[in-house]
Write a protein that binds this ligand. Structure first.
Ligand SMILES: [Zn+2]
Length: 77
């Protein structure tokens, strides 16, 4: 695992590994057993109008045509 200070760290590949997450929690908190909360990039997207579950790729809801605003920020790296 390469950690570059000030750089972008893509932790997505590690997020499903409990051991890595524990180590990461220790790293950022100085405590053992700390569970870091990392914002997941892939979050459920729901139409604000009709509550239809979307994949996140839609620009408009296929059900009601509401424009889907994406909150996700693009990775600048
Ligand atoms: Zn909709």
């Amino acid at each position: 695992m390469t950690v570059t200070p000030g750089g972008c760290r893509d932790l997505r590949p590690y997020m499903n590994d409990p051991k890595v997450m524990e180590a990461f929690g220790k790293l950022i908190s100085g405590k053992s057993g700390y569970k870091p909360v990392i914002e997941r990039r892939v979050e459920p997207v729901i139409c604000p109008n009709c509550k239809l579950n979307l994949t996140g790729d839609e620009k408009f809801c296929p059900e009601c045509g509401t424009k889907i605003e994406k909150k996700q920020e693009e990775n600048p790296c």
